[in-house]
Design a protein around this ligand. Structure first.
Ligand code: UDP
Length: 263
C-alpha cells in the first residue's frame, strides 16, 4: 500500500498530502478532546458524522459564493481540500451566552446576546488559545487590518446563514468557531474559510427542549454524543431516517419529536 505524506496531525483531524499540488486530504478522526486535550476519548463514528455534516455545510457555503477550502468529500472519513496558509486565529461567533463567555462574564447560559459577538483567540495550544484583540492580531502580524475585515464579514455572513439553516430544522445556533486561511492563486491571495463546521465546533441546542446536540455532551459527560450528532445530520437531511448511526453509545432523547423510538 502506498503511504501518504502526513502534513499535520491535530486533535481531531489529520492532513495528508493531496493528489495534486495545492491540495490536501483532510481525515476526520474519532478522537474527542476538551479543555485543551486534558480530557480525551475515542468516540466511534464521530469522525464519519463530522465529515458528512461539514461537507454539507461547506457545499452550501461554496454555492452561496463564500470562498472556502472545501473541494469534495472523498469517502467516509476524508475530504479533498485546497491547501491554504492557516491564519493562527480561532474566530468565535456568539448569539447566545454559553461556555467561556458565561464563565468569564457571569452571564447565565442561555441568555440571548443583545447582538452577535465576534471574538478572536490566538491559536496556540501551549498558551491555551488566549483571547486577543484586533490590536494584538495586527501588532504581531497574525493578520492584516484588511484580512481582519475580510474575516469579520465572512463570520457575519456565515453566522446569518447557519443560524437560519439550523433554525429551519429546529436547532438554535448558540455559537461556533471558525478558522480562515490564505489561498494563493498566482499573484493573488485571498482569505477563505477553512477547518470544519460540525457539532465539535458549533453549540447546537434543540429549539424547544434546549437539549445539547454538540460537543458539550462530551465536555459535560452527558453521554449520547453520537446519537446527538446523528440527529443533527438527520435533521439537515444528510442521513436518511433508516440509515443506522455509525455507532450507538447510549440514549439521546429528542423530546421535541414525540413518538419517535430510538435505539
Ligand atoms: N471552540 C472550538 N475549539 C476551541 C474552543 C472553542 O471549536 O478550541 C468552539 C466551541 O465548541 C464553541 C465556541 O467555539 O462552539 C465557543 O467556545 P467557548 O469560548 O465558549 O469555549 P469552551 O466553553 O469550549 O471552552
Amino acid at each position: 500500500m502506498k503511504t501518504r505524506r502526513r502534513i499535520y496531525e491535530g486533535k481531531a483531524k489529520i492532513l495528508y498530502e493531496g493528489p495534486e499540488p495545492g491540495t490536501l486530504v483532510q481525515f476526520f478522526k474519532d478522537d474527542a478532546t476538551a479543555f485543551n486535550a486534558q480530557k480525551k476519548e475515542v468516540i466511534d463514528g464521530k469522525g464519519v458524522l463530522n465529515n458528512r455534516i461539514s461537507e454539507h455545510i461547506f457545499l452550501l457555503l461554496n454555492r452561496m459564493g463564500i470562498p472556502t477550502h472545501f473541494m469534495k468529500r472523498l469517502n467516509m472519513r476524508e475530504q479533498l481540500i485546497r491547501e491554504v496558509e492557516i491564519i493562527p486565529l480561532e474566530v468565535v461567533v456568539r448569539n447566545v451566552a454559553a461556555g467561556s463567555l458565561s464563565k468569564r462574564l457571569g452571564i447565565e447560559e442561555g441568555t440571548m446576546l443583545p447582538r452577535s459577538i465576534i471574538e478572536f483567540y490566538y491559536k496556540n495550544d501551549a498558551l491555551n488559545d488566549p483571547m486577543v484583540t484586533e490590536e494584538h492580531v495586527t501588532a504581531f502580524g497574525w493578520a492584516s487590518p484588511q484580512e481582519i475585515d475580510d474575516i469579520m464579514s465572512l463570520a457575519i455572513r456565515i453566522n446569518d446563514f447557519l443560524s437560519g439553516l439550523f433554525l429551519g430544522v429546529g436547532i438554535q445556533l448558540v455559537d461556533f468557531k471558525m478558522e480562515c486561511g490564505r489561498l494563493y492563486e498566482g499573484d493573488m491571495v485571498r482569505v477563505v474559510v477553512a477547518d470544519e463546521f460540525s457539532p465539535d465546533n458549533c453549540r447546537l441546542w434543540d429549539i424547544n427542549t434546549k437539549e445539547k446536540m454538540d460537543k458539550d455532551r462530551f465536555r459535560q459527560d452527558l453521554g449520547g454524543l453520537v446519537e446527538a450528532y446523528t440527529e443533527v445530520a438527520r435533521r439537515l437531511g444528510i442521513m436518511n431516517e433508516n440509515e443506522p448511526s455509525p455507532a450507538a453509545n447510549g440514549p439521546f432523547m429528542v423530546a421535541s419529536r414525540p413518538g419517535r423510538t430510538r435505539h
